[in-house]
Each structure stands twice: as C-alpha cells, then as structure tokens.
Ligand binder design. Structure first.
Ligand code: HEM
Length: 414
C-alpha cells in the first residue's frame, strides 16, 4: 500500500489525507505506522492507526483496554520524567480516577452559564465581522475574526481579565503550533527542540492559574475560574485543569471556525441552502464539524493483549484513532465527501466518545452557531479569495490563514 503514512505532521499542511484514510479503511483498518524522526523530533516505536468509525468508537469507549493514563494521549511518547506530571491532567486519566475530576469540573460548565454567554458571543461576532467588512476588500478571516473570537470567548468564560488575554494565546501557541514553521522553536542547550508540555515550559502558566484562582476567591464572579477556585480541587489539579482548558478550549474552536467557513465558501450551493433557511444552523454546525474535525487524532495505550478488527495488538502498544477518517467512513455516512448541511443522523466523532467525550462541546457548538449566523446576517455570502494556509501538525487540523471575500448584502454572486 502506498501513501498510507498518516503520521507526518507536514502532510496536514496540504489538507486532510483522504486518499490515505480511504485506503486504510478499506484495506488495513488497524494499520501499523512508523514513527520516524521528523522536524528534529526523535523517532518513536510506532503505533496502530484506527481508521473505521466503528473501531474508533470502540477504542474510545473501552478505557479498560485502551488507556489514556499509561502513555497519555499524544502520539509522541512523553519524556518518561514528565509522564507522572502529565498524568495528573484529567484528559490523561482513566476511570475511576477520571470520573472524580470530571464530576468536579463539570459543575463549572453548567448549561445556564453557557447559555448566558450567547449574547456576549453574538455581540463579539458582529463587532469582529463589522471591522473586517469596514476594512473593505478580501479579508484573512483567521487574522481578523476567528482567532480573536475563539480566544476572547474562552477568556470570558474562564474569567481571565482583558489585560491577560494575550498570555493565553502565547501559551496555546507554544503547546500546539510547536511543529509549525511559523512558530519560533524553543531549543535546549544542545539545539534540540524542548518538549512544550514539560513542567519547566509551563511554570509561568501554572503560577498565573494560582494567582487568578486567589483573585477569584477574593472577587467571585459568574465564571469557570470562580467555580474551580471554590471547588474541592487541589491546587495542583486546578493548575492542570487551567492548562487543559487553555489548550482544549482555544485551538479547537480556532480550527473549527475557519474550517467551517472554508467549507461553506467552497460550496456555494450548500451555502445558499443555509442562507435561505432551507437547513437549520444546528445541523449545519454538526456537518461542518464532521467535514472539518479540529482534532486529527488521539492516542491510547493497550493495557493488555487484544484484538481489533482482526489485528493482534500487544499490551503496551500505542493505538491512535483518526477522527477525520471515522467522520468520512462510507460504512456510516452516505456520500461522505458531500457537504450536506441538513445531514441527519450525523454521528461524527469530532468531540470524541466514551468517558473523555468533550466537556466543552456545548460551548463550542454555541460559539460556532452564533458565528455562522452572524456571517449570514452581515453578508450575502462568502467566496474563497486565495488558498488557505494550514498548520503543520498531526494533532490539530489548523487553518492559519483564510482569505475570503465577503459579499455585501446587495451584491450578486461573482
Ligand atoms: C469544536 C471545538 C472542540 C472540539 C472538536 C473538541 C474535541 C475534543 C475531543 C475529541 C476530546 C476527547 C479527548 C480524548 O478522547 O481523549 C475533548 C475533550 C475535552 N474538551 Fe474539547 N473540543 C472542542 C472544544 C472545547 C472547548 C471550547 C472546551 C472548553 C472550554 C473543551 C474542553 C475539553 C475538555 C476539558 C476535555 C477533556 C475531557 C475529559 O478528559 O474528560 N473542548 N475535546
């Protein structure tokens, strides 16, 4: 089989490798992948890539066999010295320990708090779009709208004061975009890249989380950090959760928003169906998440010898699920490469499945729905105006630049 390497982070800068995913689904649904040295990072032991929807769901639901804790959840193995530290994060725990943390932090994400957020997100979307439109001409929607939209929504929900918002941006860039040539690499004394998830790299973020929690205890407000600061979380757990939210809540929406707008811009017929109200915003949000899943992969480690789709997996092997491939599995989605904004049912796995299913899904859907609605209200449609740029990463399906033309309400399609 040729071209079935889905490991190389550089490959994703060209778009999703749908041909490789398809070949894997049809011929090797659980396929061994080499983990060679790339971009200065050392080679790893390799991993199993899981490409069919049914198998992805099975792995994600069976935490007893496929652990998030043993080797954490990134493809690349953490430095053994950092593993105990990374394992303190809820994302990298298994039931039952995971359940305790998840219950504690879920209380901060009440539906009421998220719903109260709608008006703020709407005002922000309109303000950013108005500024982009006032600038005239084609706009890079990532720079002018979607990056700020995601970051400011998250900092508001957390209760991060306006003057500190830039810090959150810096921290998530450091952790997610470290393979991208646009990011200045952090190198150690011998010139090798430094793991951005090591305690040393995160010390300033953790100190900030403690300061913010102390501030919230003195000045409680209706935000997530106040809930966390006054909960039964230990200090170290609170820091870790702040880190998790900073990364999980920012880069995912920063990917989904331009990814969804790009898919709309590229498909004028479906766009028209949304604009004239033929399909609902709710189904459109789901379908845009299906075709552009912000997360490309998550890793588990086999706790015992097992079988998956007829393949023997040994205890200790890495097992990596491929969300975009599951979302385009023709065994589940009729005509998977067609954008169908009215698609129902739509059991995409963009938010994962099983015990770790995304805690912020409700908040993410709200932000995306509000943004698409604002674009619909502000302009007659959008068209690509040059190629988008994508992130070099095998973890986040990032769009780093999205040149589009926003048609004024009275102007006809070009
Ligand atoms: C479109 C946007 C988003 C996508 C596609 C997404 C995707 C995901 C996925 C796939 C997981 C599962 C990880 C695993 O299987 O190990 C996850 C977990 C998580 N997400 Fe999201 N996410 C999004 C937005 C958000 C937002 C806005 C927040 C918070 C404000 C958030 C917070 C979390 C947290 C805390 C977890 C860990 C849950 C756990 O370990 O139990 N996410 N997300």
């Amino acid at each position: 089989m040729e071209h079935t390497d889905v490991f190389d982070p550089r490959r994703y800068a060209q778009g999703l490798p749908h041909d490789a995913y398809r070949t894997l689904r049809d011929h090797a649904p659980v396929a061994w992948q080499e983990e060679y040295e790339v971009l200065g990072w050392p080679a790893g032991p390799g991993f199993w890539a899981v490409s069919r929807h049914a198998d992805v769901v099975r792995v994600l639901k069976d935490a007893g066999t496929y652990s998030s804790h043993l080797g954490a959840t990134q493809i690349r193995d953490p430095d053994p010295a950092d593993l105990p530290f990374i394992r303190r994060m809820m994302l990298n725990q298994d039931p039952p320990a995971h359940g305790r943390l998840r219950r504690l932090v879920s209380r901060a994400f009440t539906p009421g708090r998220i719903a109260r957020f709608t008006a703020t997100a709407r005002a922000r979307a309109h303000r950013l779009l108005d500024a982009a439109l006032a600038d005239g001409g084609p706009a890079d929607l990532v720079r002018t709208v979607t990056d700020d939209y995601a970051l400011l929504n998250l900092t508001d929900l957390l209760g991060v004061p306006a003057r500190d918002r830039g810090l959150l941006h810096t921290w998530t860039e450091r952790v997610i975009a470290y393979q991208d040539p646009d990011e200045p690499p952090v190198l150690d004394a011998s010139g090798r890249p430094v793991n951005p998830r090591s305690p040393a790299q995160l010390a300033d973020m953790f100190a900030y989380a403690q300061d913010l929690a102390a501030y919230k205890r003195r000045h409680p407000a209706d935000d997530v950090m106040t809930s966390l600061a006054t909960s039964a979380l230990a200090d170290a757990e609170l820091e870790m959760f702040f880190f998790l939210l900073t990364v999980a809540g920012n880069d995912t929406v920063r990917s989904a928003a331009p990814g969804g707008l790009l898919a709309l811009a590229q498909d004028p017929r479906e766009q028209a169906r949304l604009w004239n109200g033929e399909v609902s915003l709710d189904t459109a949000v789901e379908e845009l998440l299906r075709v552009h899943p912000p997360v490309l992969s998550f890793r588990r480690t086999a706790t015992r010898d097992t079988d998956l789709a007829g393949v023997r997996i040994a205890a200790g092997d890495k097992v990596v699920v491929l969300h975009p491939s599951a979302n385009h599995d023709e065994r589940v989605f009729p005509d998977p490469h067609r954008l169908d904004l009215g698609r129902t049912p739509n059991p995409h796995v963009s938010f994962g499945d099983g015990p770790h299913v995304c805690l912020g899904a409700h908040f993410a859907r709200l932000q995306l729905g509000v943004l698409y609605e604002a674009v619909r209200e502000r302009c007659a449609g959008l068209e690509p105006d040059g190629p988008p740029r994508r992130l070099v990463s095998n973890f986040i399906n990032g769009v780093t630049s999205l040149p589009v033309r926003l048609r004024a309400p009275s102007s006809p399609p070009a």
